[in-house]
Design a protein. Structure first.
Length: 278
């Protein structure tokens, strides 16, 4: 796995477009953390309780991921054998090929346990893709997790997907974000184009946020090819400035982070209505 640069860098030629993809439920068809907890943790009542605390807004994902790593077996080979059976959206290879053919960039942004991402991408010969995720350590002596892509002023999420979007945009990129889960809304709010399904699509509907529906990553690849031809995305660096002026608001607003919650917050205010999100 190639760890993403904190400040992404790009070639000067080609389409100034970055496609950022969630992992669990997007590339992996199952949520890896949920699968491992269901299979390997005996106290399922406690697992459900912790899940409920997260959805009710009493715990942030950073705290929940640290708890996951503590209660899962500290046996790396056991955990990796479990993830080896989980299905992937194999049309990711089609999407990556289309983006790279246009001279664009692909990055994986995941707020999961992290250790499984490289292993699973390798099954598609895509372990070289840059990944921004949490860094977990497993061994017989215990387990731990650090958050190299967390926000310095906000402790709610482990990986701040919002900041990954904003850093790509600051480097002169149009950002397409692909996701499925409720936490993906923090990234989607800042993306130039949103591909959403499941809970993320539900949030977009509730908040009247425009999005593109998708079922497989090949759908995104087909849309991308046409969007570069018809101007929905900038095909060359020379037209990026005009495209951004027309398609991106002058003043950025926020729905998360220290700008709206204050510094050092560990849980998001309010709760996630799962029935509304689907």
């Amino acid at each position: 796995m190639s760890q993403a640069r904190q400040q992404p860098e790009f070639e000067l030629e080609g389409a100034p477009v970055s496609v950022l993809l969630d992992f669990d439920g997007t590339i992996s068809l199952d949520d890896v953390g949920d699968h491992l907890l269901a299979r390997l943790v005996e106290d399922q009542e406690l697992v459900r309780h912790m899940d409920q605390l997260y959805f009710e807004g009493h715990k942030g994902s950073r705290e929940l991921i640290a708890w996951d790593m503590e209660v899962l077996p500290h046996d790396a080979e056991l955990l990796l054998r479990e993830v080896d059976v989980l299905p992937l959206d194999e049309s990711l290879t089609e999407l990556v090929a289309k983006v790279q053919e246009a001279g664009g960039a692909v990055e994986i942004v995941s707020d999961g346990t992290g250790f499984h991402v490289e292993r699973m991408l390798a099954r598609l010969d895509l372990a070289h893709l840059p990944v921004a995720t949490n860094a977990s350590v497993l061994g017989q002596g215990g387990a731990g997790v650090t958050f190299p892509f967390g926000h310095p002023g906000c402790l709610v999420c482990g990986t701040c997907k919002r900041e990954r979007i904003r850093r790509h945009q600051a480097a002169g990129r149009a950002v397409v974000f692909v996701g499925d889960g409720p936490s993906d809304r923090y990234a989607a709010h800042h993306a130039d184009v949103i591909f959403a399904k499941a809970s993320l699509a539900g949030w977009c509907e509730v908040e009247n946020v425009p999005y593109e529906p998708w079922q497989r990553l090949g759908d995104v690849a087909e849309w991308l090819e046409l969007a570069l031809l018809d101007g929905r995305l900038p095909a060359t660096p020379e037209i990026y400035a005009d495209w951004a002026t027309e398609n991106r608001p002058e003043v950025e607003d926020f729905i998360c982070g220290p700008e709206v919650w204050g510094e050092g917050r560990e849980v998001a205010p309010g709760s996630v209505d799962r029935s509304a999100l689907g």
